[in-house]
Design a protein around this ligand. Structure first.
Ligand SMILES: Nc1ncnc2c1ncn2[C@@H]1O[C@H](COP(=O)(O)OP(=O)(O)O)[C@@H](O)[C@H]1O
Ligand SMILES: [Mg+2]
Length: 261
């Protein structure tokens, strides 16, 4: 523990029950996985909040076909508190704080706005069993600051070299949260569970060699056409295709997360 942490024990930014879904690269399935994990945890009887941390690109509400009357746009402009921006997604049995298309990206927030958002999220987290944060792609400071509040970090990759490189960059540039949180690799869009395991081993070896850090495997989610069908129909995957292999893969990951929480 550093001297600073000893002097200010309350300064630890982490909140144990916040799960950040991060990646580096866009399009690897963060939003799909965040929604599916939220529903899988809700099915275990957990009280869950899903937060769209990719503000400006209104992801979650579009994937869920949710017409959120209140969203982060109101919070950022100071009209709403974070708690006022909560919408219930009945089909999935969880709460959502939606982003808002065109409300400006994370990058446009001032440091004090970001700190306010982090504090607000940590306060709200006390009311839930789990808060899932769907992070934006990239490794910019706002993304790193949000990742810092996570007790569990799920770093999503696929077997594509660009996704692996960007997942590695995310772990390198967010070294502190990655080391202090429970950081796990989630391999999405895998051809098979074995293939996914091989992808994980590649990333794990690179992290061990260059970062002296040994991330665990959260799990592997297989490539499944029914995921695209769920996204097209703007429904959560566990509601539309509850018996699919990919839904089962996500449920196994959710069991692993609660086992550790
Ligand atoms: N396991 C999967 N099998 C098939 N398609 C997937 C899978 N995961 C994600 N996709 C597809 O990838 C697209 C991008 O996913 P998304 O969650 O929006 O990525 P991100 O949030 O990382 O940018 C989805 O719309 C979906 O069609
Ligand atoms: Mg997304």
């Amino acid at each position: 523990m550093s001297d600073v942490a000893l002097q200010h024990p309350a300064a630890d930014p982490r909140q144990r029950n916040i799960i950040c879904v991060a990646s580096g690269k866009g399009g690897v399935g963060k939003t799909f996985l965040s929604i599916a994990l939220a529903q899988a945890l809700a099915r275990q009887g957990k009280h869950v909040l899903l937060f769209d941390g990719d503000l400006g690109l209104a992801n979650i509400d579009v994937q869920l076909g949710l017409m959120a009357e209140r969203d982060l746009g109101g919070v950022i402009s100071g009209r709403l508190s974070l708690a006022d921006a909560i919408t219930r997604y009945e089909t999935g049995g969880f709460d959502v704080i939606a982003g808002r298309s065109g409300s400006g990206s994370l990058a446009t927030l001032s440091r004090s706005q970001l700190d306010g958002l982090r504090d607000g999220l940590k306060l709200l987290a006390a009311r839930y069993d789990h808060v899932i944060l769907d992070l934006a792609a990239g490794v910019d400071e706002p993304v790193r600051l949000l990742a810092e509040i996570a007790g569990t970090l799920l770093v999503v990759t696929t077997d594509e070299p660009t996704a692996l490189t960007d997942a590695y960059a995310f772990m390198k540039l967010t070294a502190a949260p990655v080391r202090h949180a429970d950081c796990r690799i989630l391999v999405n869009l895998a051809a098979s569970p074995e293939d996914g395991e091989r992808t994980y081993q590649k990333l794990r070896k690179t992290a061990a060699n260059f970062l002296k850090f040994d991330p665990k495997l959260a799990g592997v989610v297989r490539r499944d056409e029914r995921v695209r069908d769920s996204v097209r129909h703007q429904m959560s995957h566990l509601a539309r295709h509850p018996t699919s292999e990919s839904a089962g893969d996500v449920e196994a990951i959710a069991r692993g997360v609660t086992g550790a929480a």
